[in-house]
Design a protein around this ligand. Structure first.
Ligand code: SF4
Length: 149
């Protein structure tokens, strides 16, 4: 499993607060860890744009679990949602250094985690181009970091 501990990410966040759910904010935070499934990032929030003062006060400095699919950038780099940036993409299947558009990897999304929206369209072990998958509901950011377990 890959970890991105210490990386700074920006993500869309709908805060659940004691007084209810607040409007979605653009938040920035430091990755402190990942859940055992790898789907959830544990993040310490350091910025909350577009939030009202009360929400901002409650969010900043707090540690919260977020869905990694809500991540929009890592340390200032915009993330293009595609198979090439997805943690489930195995690029070693048929790389093509001369013409990346003709490269193929395998989608390794585990079938038992397939969401209902993709039933009947299982992509597990399907050959995918790195540019594919822009609208894939299974896309999850590939995070590479300092430590692995
Ligand atoms: S098809 Fe979806 S889950 Fe599979 S590698 Fe591409 S973006 Fe990831």
């Amino acid at each position: 499993m890959e970890y991105g501990i210490g990386q700074i990410i920006t993500f869309d966040y709908e805060p659940v607060l004691p007084r209810g759910t607040a409007a979605t904010v653009t938040a920035k935070g430091e990755i402190l860890g990942l859940s055992s499934s790898g789907r959830v990032l544990i993040v310490k929030i350091i910025e909350a744009q577009d939030a009202d003062p009360d929400t901002r006060a409650e969010l900043i400095g707090s540690t919260r679990p977020i869905d990694r699919r809500t991540v929009t950038s890592v340390e200032g780099s915009a993330i293009e949602r595609s198979c090439g940036t997805c943690r489930w993409f195995d690029a070693t299947y048929a790389p093509n250094e001369d013409d990346p558009e003709l490269a193929y990897g395998l989608c390794e999304w585990p079938a038992e985690r397939l969401p209902a929206s993709l039933r009947g369209g299982n992509r597990e072990r399907s050959a995918m181009n790195p540019a594919d998958g822009r609208d894939c509901p299974c896309w999850e950011l590939r995070v590479e970091g300092k430590a692995a377990a």
